[in-house]
Ligand binder design. Structure first.
Ligand code: NAD
Ligand code: TYD
Length: 349
C-alpha cells in the first residue's frame, strides 16, 4: 500500500514517518511538504535508504500541484498533517492559515475524490486539534460531540478543515477519519512553541516569556504517543468517525515552565533559582483560550490506546534532547539553513 503523508517534514509528521517507515515494511511512504519555515528535511535522515520512502516538494494550497502529485503517485491512503500550526503567527498573519489549512485541505479532498472514485480500500486521515472546541472553564472535558467554538484564526482554520472533511464524507462518500489531539511536545518541535522556547531560553539564560499570569491550562501528550494513536485509528478506527486524543496531563503554563527550569538546572548542573529568576510575565495573547482538556474514553475503550510516556518523564527526555542537539537547534534557527533548503529543493514558489 502507498501512504501519502502531507507535512512530513514538520514536528509531528516527521515523528510519524520516523516511527512508521522502518516498522511497516509492507508499505511505501511518500512525503509531500512545501518546506515552510517549520520544516526540516534533515528530521528524516536515513529514511530514503529504506527504498520505501520518497519526498516531493509541493504546496497543498496550489490545486494544480496537488492534482499533479496525486495523478502520478496514486496513493491508497493519505495522512494529512500539513498546516500552518502556530496560534501567535495566525494572529499576526491569518491569510496563510486559510490558504494552507482550509484551501489546502479542500484541494487534497478533491484530489482524493478524483483518483479514488467509488473504489474501496482508501482512507483520508485528517490530523486535527482540540483547539477547534474552544476553551473550557475550570471544569469539564472535550468529547467528540462538544460543539465547535474556535477562538483564534489558527483554530478557526482547523475547524473549517474538519467541517470540509466531514462534508466530503457525507456528501461524496469519501472514506475519512479525524483525530483531534491536545498539545504535543517532544524532540524536533520548532522553537516557537511554549516548551522548546522555554527550554532553550532557560539554557541560554534569556527571559522566559509567560503570557499573562500563567494560569492557562493545556493537556500535554508526547508526540510519539500521538503518532501511535493516529496509526491505531487509521488501521482499527471506524470509518467516518472522530477520535479525541490526549495525555490526561493537564498543567498550568507556569507549572510547565517551573518543571522546565528544574529539568534544565538538573541537566546543566546549575542553580534552580537562577533559572526561575528568568520567568517574565508578558502581555497576554489576544483571545487566549483558558483551558483545554480531553475526554479520552472513546479511543481507550474502542481501540485500547494508552499513552506510553508520563509527562514528567517525557519532559525530562525532551529537555535532554534539546540540550544534546544544539546542532539541530542552530540549524533550524540559521539563515544558512534556509539557503541549504533552497539549494537542495528549490526556493518556495
Ligand atoms: P509544524 O508546523 O511543525 O509542521 C507543519 C508542516 O507542514 C511543515 O513541514 C510545513 O512545511 C508543512 N506545510 C505547511 N504549509 C504547507 C503547504 N501549504 N503545503 C505543504 N506543506 C505545508 O506542525 P506540527 O506541530 O507538526 O502539526 C502537524 C499537524 O498536527 C497540524 O495539522 C496541526 O494542526 C496538528 N496538531 C498539532 C498539535 C501540536 O501540538 N503541535 C496538536 C494537535 C494537532
Ligand atoms: P503554544 O505552544 O503556542 O500552543 P497553543 O497556543 O496551541 O496551546 O502555547 C501553549 C501555551 O503557552 C498557551 O497557553 C500560550 C502559552 N505561551 C506562553 O505563555 N509563552 C510563550 O512564549 C508561548 C509560545 C506560549
Amino acid at each position: 500500500m502507498k501512504i501519502l503523508v502531507t507535512g512530513g517534514c514538520g514536528f509531528i509528521g516527521s515523528a510519524f514517518l520516523n516511527l512508521m517507515v522502518p516498522r511497516h515494511k509492507e508499505n511505501e511512504f511518500v512525503n509531500l511538504d512545501a518546506l515552510t519555515y517549520a520544516a526540516n528535511p534533515m528530521n528524516l535522515a536515513g529514511l530514503e535508504e529504506t527504498g520505501r520512502y520518497s519526498f516531493i516538494k509541493a504546496d497543498i494550497s496550489d490545486e494544480m500541484q496537488v492534482r499533479g502529485v496525486f495523478q502520478i503517485e496514486k496513493p491508497d491512503w493519505v495522512v494529512h498533517f500539513a498546516a500552518e500550526s502556530h496560534v501567535d503567527r495566525s494572529i499576526l498573519g491569518p491569510k496563510a492559515f486559510v490558504q494552507t489549512n482550509v484551501v489546502g485541505t479542500m484541494n487534497l479532498l478533491e484530489a482524493c475524490r478524483e483518483i479514488w472514485g467509488e473504489n474501496e480500500g482508501h482512507l483520508f486521515h485528517h490530523v486535527s486539534t482540540d483547539e477547534v472546541y474552544g476553551e473550557l472553564g475550570d471544569e469539564g472535558l472535550f468529547t467528540e460531540t462538544t460543539p465547535y467554538s474556535p477562538s483564534s484564526p489558527y483554530s478557526a482554520s482547523k475547524a473549517s478543515s474538519d467541517h470540509l472533511v466531514r462534508a466530503w464524507n457525507r456528501t461524496f462518500g469519501l472514506p475519512v477519519k479525524i483525530t483531534n489531539c491536545s498539545n504535543n511536545y517532544g524532540p524536533r518541535q520548532f522553537p516557537e512553541k511554549l516548551i522548546p522556547i522555554m527550554i532553550l531560553n532557560a539554557a541560554e539564560g534569556r527571559p522566559l516569556p509567560v503570557y499573562g499570569d500563567g494560569s492557562n491550562v493545556r493537556d500535554w501528550l508526547h508526540v510519539d504517543d500521538h503518532c501511535e494513536a493516529i496509526w491505531q485509528v487509521m488501521t482499527s478506527g471506524k470509518m467516518g468517525e472522530t477520535y479525541n486524543i490526549g495525555g490526561d496531563a493537564e498543567r498550568t503554563n507556569i507549572q510547565v515552565v517551573e518543571a522546565i527550569c528544574k529539568a534544565v538546572a538538573t541537566e546543566t548542573g546549575t542553580d534552580l533559582d537562577s533559572k526561575r529568576d528568568l520567568i517574565t510575565h508578558v502581555t497576554d495573547r489576544p483571545g487566549h483560550d483558558f483551558r483545554y482538556a480531553i475526554d479520552t474514553a472513546k479511543i481507550k475503550s474502542e481501540l485500547g490506546w494508552q499513552p506510553a510516556h508520563t509527562f514528567e518523564q517525557g519532559l525530562s527526555e525532551t529537555v535532554a534532547w534539546y540540550l544534546n542537539n544544539s546542532d539541530w537547534v542552530e540549524t533550524v534557527r540559521s539563515g544558512e539553513y534556509r539557503n541549504w533548503i533552497d539549494q537542495n529543493y528549490g526556493a518556495r514558489s
